[in-house]
Design a protein around this ligand. Structure first.
Ligand code: FAD
Length: 517
């Protein structure tokens, strides 16, 4: 704003003189409480607003010091600063606790301006103040609520973090800070990336439209490389811009509130429970398999002598036809009939394979589970395991428990073989590869291997290389072959492998089950 240098104080820029009573009227009618004091703060004039705010009439304050308004709780230092400032002929602005005529208190936002006379000394002071009690109350209330929210957020047992749209952290709590220690900087960004990878387009859509995302489980690797599981939920918060520009033209900013709950322990418990259930299921299957082996063995053993008896009976029958009367023949026939019935009863007692439904089975997962189940045995035997899962999809259509049993059998065989050799090399290598139309699994051990001539025999029921003294009936590989055949696959022993035994299993992808190379 330009000021005409030559224009006297009460003239306009056009030179027109403003009548001095106009100044008085303007002050008199101003909405601010205005007072004029002498150099010692004795009130000489107070306007209408001053009277309305303080409750004092003109005649009640004229001649009295401004201190009549003091409630005596404003610290002495404030007044000393006020006076030091105005005595240096500088305006002072600050908050004072004032008392009205009726004794009620209000918070005054006071500005005092020294009025300097012709000779350069302060002759008067101009005081202006307004009641800001309500503004202060609202400010405090907001502050209290902010403190309350921060304390609640900080005390929460879940990690909470507020991010702007550029994913910069604006606010976090103690639990979130702990995560920084475990996962490095910035856990929220890593978790959002994991959510994005897991949800794909659904995440992008929800993110772009500022839609909330209900709690989802994601996993990321911690600094010590262990996998940590988190349940993450995203909610959006819209803030109305507070700048002057946005006063008449409201603008909004979006903030992302991410709540993160560490569920690693829960996941570990669930996993332990799952492995225990699998263990129980496979043990039960093993028990049934043992029963099948025993009964099948008994039937097999009984069939031999019964066949011999059958031959004798035939012989006797022929003699009877030739005229000799053999009373023992009918007794033998009766005994054999009974024996056949007993054999049939035994056969009927052989338990069936359980009728597990065909479903999608991830061979990588099956192998990982079986390795978990056999960890104690592998560690106990000091065997080093080299496990390479298929990089593409390893999902086939099959019976999960049967397939688990198959690989458990092959791994148990491998452990026994390595234990038999007692060599320096104690290794088990399992490799799973996705081929064009099937999955190929190699189970290699550094045991003594299987002689070339026995490569096919070992798959025959009751064939064992372990000798009769050991508790093997020789049905393990026969059972393995039965399972593989049931899945339209093949199992064989690599004749070219001489560092131990290498069993190859090939399982086709069933039609309709999608897979990627
Ligand atoms: P006081 O004894 O009056 O003063 C406390 C301290 O202030 C002293 O120790 C001294 O350092 C300083 N002081 C006081 N008077 C003088 C002086 N004449 N010269 C130098 N230093 C001095 N106070 C309010 O509480 N509410 C108001 O709304 C208010 N408005 C004011 C408006 C104007 C224009 C002026 C000039 C002052 C105003 N004051 C106001 C200040 C007021 O005059 C008192 O200084 C204050 O109220 C403290 O009073 P007291 O009796 O508690 O202590």
């Amino acid at each position: 704003m330009s000021k005409h240098p030559a224009a006297p104080n009460n003239t306009t820029d056009t030179g027109e003189a403003l009548p001095s009573h106009l100044f008085r009227k303007a002050v008199e009618q101003a909405a601010l409480a205005i007072s004029i004091t002498d150099a010692r703060a004795n009130i000489l004039y107070a306007n209408g607003a001053f009277q309305r705010i303080t409750g004092y009439g003109q005649e009640e304050v004229i001649g009295h010091n401004e201190s009549v308004l003091s409630y005596r709780v404003t610290p002495k230092l404030v007044y000393e600063t006020l006076w030091a400032q105005i005595q240096r002929q500088r305006p002072w602005n600050g908050l004072l606790v004032n008392k009205r005529k009726d004794g009620s208190r209000y918070l005054a936002d006071v500005t005092i301006t020294p009025v300097v006379g012709e000779e350069g000394n302060t002759t008067h002071y101009l005081g202006m103040h307004r009641d800001v009690t309500e503004v202060h109350r609202l400010e405090r209330q907001v502050q209290n609520q902010k403190t309350l929210i921060e304390s609640v957020v900080d005390a929460a047992q879940v990690a909470i973090v507020l991010l702007d749209e550029q994913e910069r952290v604006l606010l976090d709590n103690q639990e979130y800070k702990k995560l920084i220690g475990d996962l490095g900087k910035e856990p929220a960004v890593k978790l959002l990336a994991a959510l994005r990878a897991q949800m794909g387009d659904a995440f992008t859509k929800a993110y772009d439209k500022h839609r909330n995302i209900a709690a989802r489980e994601v996993s990321i690797d911690s600094r010590n490389r262990s996998t940590r599981w988190f349940s993450c939920a995203v909610s959006w918060f819209e803030e109305h811009a507070v700048g002057a520009d946005a006063f008449y033209e409201p603008a909004h900013r979006h903030y992302l509130l991410l709540t993160i709950q560490d569920i690693s322990e829960l996941k570990r418990q669930q996993e332990a429970l799952r492995i225990n259930s699998l263990h129980a299921l496979l043990s039960e299957q093993e028990r049934i398999q043992g029963l099948r082996e025993t009964l099948a063995g008994a039937v097999y053993q009984l069939e031999g002598p019964l066949n011999m008896l059958s031959a004798v009976a035939n012989m006797m029958e022929r003699r009877r036809d030739a005229g000799s009367d053999l009373p023992a023949a009918s007794a033998l026939e009766e005994a054999m009939q009974k024996s056949r019935e007993v054999l049939e009863t035994l056969r009927a007692c052989i338990p069936d394979h359980n009728n597990e439904a065909m479903q999608s089975v991830d061979i990588n997962e099956v192998l990982a589970d079986v390795l978990k189940l056999t960890t104690a045995n592998l560690l106990g035997a000091g065997i080093v395991v080299d496990w390479t899962p298929a990089s593409g999809s390893a999902v086939i259509s099959g019976h999960p428990a049967e397939l688990s049993n198959l690989f458990k059998q092959l791994i148990s065989n491998a452990i026994e073989a390595v234990n038999e050799r007692r060599g320096a090399q104690r290794e088990l290598r399992i490799t799973c590869t996705s081929r064009a139309d099937h999955i190929e699994i190699f189970v290699e051990d550094s045991g003594p291997g299987i002689a070339e001539e026995l490569r096919y025999k070992v798959f025959q029921p009751f064939f064992t290389t372990k000798g009769a003294s050991k508790k093997h009936l020789g049905l393990g590989l026969a059972m393995a072959q039965e399972i593989v055949t049931g899945h339209n696959g093949t199992i064989d022993i690599d004749p070219a492998y001489h560092a131990g035994c290498r069993v190859r299993v090939q399982l086709p992808f069933a039609a309709g089950v999608s897979h990627a190379q």
